[in-house]
Design a binder for this molecule. Structure first.
Ligand SMILES: [Zn+2]
Length: 247
């Protein structure tokens, strides 16, 4: 392949811009904030199960409390009716009187039992509610950390995107200077060789693979016309000759 020596040198400018773009893309996806956000979101996901469990427990306890309160109310009403009958003195037989007094006594014990159970449930509900409140506080604080990390990520991403836009414009200004076949070869080599398709020959060294060219290779490169595109025998990249090549 042949290409104007100026176009070959321009390829090094394109390579510099492409290397910068690759570094920016790498920086964009390897920000420490991304790992931090993922870690915090993992913790939030883990805690959301506990949150639901405690919320369910609190509402179950509250429902049980209301059920027992209704029971207390029924017992209280029945005891009041019995007491009214006793007070009115309308009870016929002594046997009936004894049975009614017995019932009033057992209703009072039943009410007291139910009230003890309600107190126990309230204590449990308050304890679980306390755990729920602490967990909600923790979730809120992790959420705030996650939001702060996301804000830092967005700020850096904004800066990176600005640099990407500058370099993309630089690339668009360089690419039209290059012949299509040279550009196609460069793109293909860049894809195959870790993002570097064209390298400067500095002294005897290829700056793509950083190896020195053997004397026979140097002789071949020296002999090649300036308009010929030469490749590194070792890494196959386009080897660009400039004043720094010392030929
Ligand atoms: Zn090389």
């Amino acid at each position: 392949m042949n290409a104007d020596p100026a176009a070959q040198r321009r390829l090094l400018d394109l390579q510099a811009v492409d290397t910068t773009l690759a570094q920016l893309a790498h920086r964009r996806r390897s920000l420490p904030e991304l790992a931090e956000i993922a870690r915090l979101e993992g913790r939030l996901a883990a805690l959301s199960g506990d949150l639901v469990r405690l919320e369910t427990e609190v509402s179950d306890l509250a429902r049980e409390e209301r059920r027992l309160e209704l029971d207390v109310e029924q017992v209280r009403q029945r005891a009041a009716r019995d007491q009214e009958r006793l007070n009115a003195g309308r009870v016929g037989s002594p046997k009936e009187l004894e049975s009614l007094q017995h019932e009033v006594g057992s209703l009072a014990r039943r009410q007291s039992d139910l009230e003890d159970q309600i107190l126990e449930l309230m204590e449990r509900r308050e304890e679980v509610q306390g755990r729920l409140d602490r967990l909600r506080g923790e979730v809120e604080s992790i959420g705030a950390d996650r939001d702060a990390a996301a804000a830092r990520r967005d700020k850096v991403w904004g800066e990176i995107d600005g640099e990407v836009a500058l370099n993309t414009r630089a690339r668009e200004a360089i690419a039209p200077d290059l012949p299509t076949d040279l550009l196609t070869l460069y793109e293909k080599l860049r894809e195959q060789s870790g993002g570097v398709g064209a390298a400067l020959l500095r002294g005897k060294r290829c700056e793509g693979c950083h190896l020195e060219l053997p004397p026979s290779e140097m002789a071949r490169v020296r002999a090649a016309p300036a308009g010929q595109v030469v490749r590194c025998e070792q890494c196959r990249r386009i080897l660009v000759r400039t004043a720094e090549s010392g030929l």
